[in-house]
Design a protein. Structure first.
Length: 57
């Protein structure tokens, strides 16, 4: 389950980055692509940060 979610998050970041590139070329709205890219990177960082956290006894 861990590798599948990691790969899916990386794919989500790549799609969001591609949408942002399209927005910079004025093909896609910039107001939609910027939050999508931010949320995708934020979720990826949160996932990487919580993987090996000690949960307690």
């Amino acid at each position: 389950m861990g590798k599948l979610s990691l790969i899916s998050m990386i794919v989500f970041i790549l799609i969001a980055f591609f949408l942002h590139i399209l927005a910079l070329m004025k093909i896609f709205p910039l107001l939609l692509s910027t939050p999508i890219l931010f949320i995708s990177i934020l979720l990826f960082i949160i996932y990487l940060n919580n993987r090996k956290r000690f949960k307690g006894f």
